[in-house]
Design a protein around this ligand. Structure first.
Ligand code: NAD
Length: 360
């Protein structure tokens, strides 16, 4: 298979961790007989330094001409970096928002996995963490409260603010289809999260999700209210496989689920559009506090590359090979500083990448 991958290393630890992800992809290419052609692009703070804007037309064009985008992370220290003295539309994050929009990315996938070897990092009680969990939260990215009409004005002498939570049936259908498609590649269970006891938008959400479910008889569907789901994530996370929800609920629940794993450097993410195209990046930020020291954990970036193979290139065996190599390295006791515990062997960022590549 021949594929074009746009590579945005970004800022902070981005270049260090993406270099390791590319190392692992190269190993996959060699072992399974594929050719991956990489084009490196600037976005975020490094693009501001080079071009005085966080995202250039050229970066957008090359991404659009690629089969997938592999990204590190963007941004700097928000209190000290000069990037944050610029107007909001010229800051690093504005580049990412504009790129997501240009690429039509509407589904954000965040797997939250508790590896048996990293149970000690889990913030939950031991009787809960010992069951482990492996859930994937799919968040709608382009609709809902964050994009609805909003206003702040004085009405009858009282300052009043309004935000609008709007979804149409097509927006709901396309993310529901993605959720069921992803569930078919996993344990075939979808939990659709809403607030249908109160919100009209949630009642439409539930109706459309039920319609889509009829096309996937192999997948078990359950509906859950967002407040109860927030509790269930800390009470019994092992019950979840794929969770699909609207923009703001997903924003909150995905951070909660990421937190309970206790290891941000382990969590990849994907943002997909209606085709096979996707942008893959670690869930964490650019970690300016540890940038340039070769101590960041590259596993989130490496698992993002695995998601890229699985969801954009349909290479299941290759994606499994990366995930198994990560599990093997953890089982052998290798750890970067962020997940280090007693009795384990601490390794640098580049060593971790090499260890994982060697096990493919
Ligand atoms: P962060 O995720 O960068 O860091 C939080 C903590 O986790 C830090 O202590 C950091 O050292 C640690 N950490 C994160 N990833 C790690 C890894 N791979 N290995 C080891 N430790 C890791 O969050 P923050 O400090 O709030 O944000 C820093 C910058 O990142 C900000 O400019 C923010 O806007 C940006 N950011 C970017 C993205 C993105 O690119 N999508 C996402 C979130 C934050």
């Amino acid at each position: 298979m021949q594929k074009k991958i746009a590579v945005i290393k970004g800022d902070g630890i981005g270049p260090e961790i993406v270099t390791e992800a590319v190392k692992v992809l190269d190993k996959i290419a060699a072992k399974f007989g594929h050719t991956f052609r990489y084009t490196e692009l600037l976005m975020g703070g490094c693009s501001i330094d080079a071009y005085k804007e966080p995202l250039t037309e050229e970066t957008i064009a090359v991404c659009m001409d690629s089969d997938a985008v592999l990204m590190g992370s963007i941004g700097g220290d928000t209190t000290t970096s000069p990037w944050y003295k610029l107007p909001a539309h010229l800051r690093p994050e504005a580049g990412l928002l504009a790129l997501r929009k240009a690429l039509g990315l509407f589904a954000n996938l965040r797997p939250c996995v508790l590896y048996p070897e990293l149970r000690a990092a889990c913030t939950l009680r031991e009787d809960i963490s010992e069951k482990g969990f492996d859930m994937l939260i799919m968040r709608e990215l382009t609709g809902g409260l964050y994009f609805g009409e909003r206003s702040t004005k004085e009405i009858d002498g009282v300052m009043t603010a309004v935000d609008t939570l709007k979804y149409d049936e097509n927006e709901i259908r396309r993310i529901a289809v993605k959720a069921f498609e992803v569930a078919m590649k996993r344990r075939k269970k979808v939990t659709s999260v809403d607030k249908a006891n109160v919100l009209d938008s949630s009642r439409l959400w539930r109706k459309v999700v039920n319609e889509v479910a009829a096309e996937y008889p192999e997948v078990t569907l359950e509906h859950a209210l967002v407040d109860s789901t927030a509790m269930q994530i800390v009470r019994n996370p092992s019950q979840f496989d794929v969770m699909v929800t609207e923009n703001m609920f997903g924003d909150i629940l995905s951070d909660e689920a990421a937190m309970v794993t206790g290891s941000l450097g382990m969590l990849p993410s994907a943002s997909l559009n209606e085709t096979k195209f996707g942008l893959y990046e670690p869930s964490g930020g650019s970690a300016p506090d540890i940038a340039g020291k070769n101590i960041a954990n590259p596993i989130a970036a490496i698992l993002s590359a695995s998601m890229l193979l699985r969801y954009s290139f349909d290479l299941q065996e290759e994606a499994d090979a990366i995930e198994n190599a990560v599990k093997q390295v953890l089982a052998e006791g290798y750890r970067t500083g962020d997940i280090m515990s007693e009795g384990c062997k601490q390794v640098k960022c580049d060593e971790m990448g090499t260890l994982i590549a060697e096990r493919i």
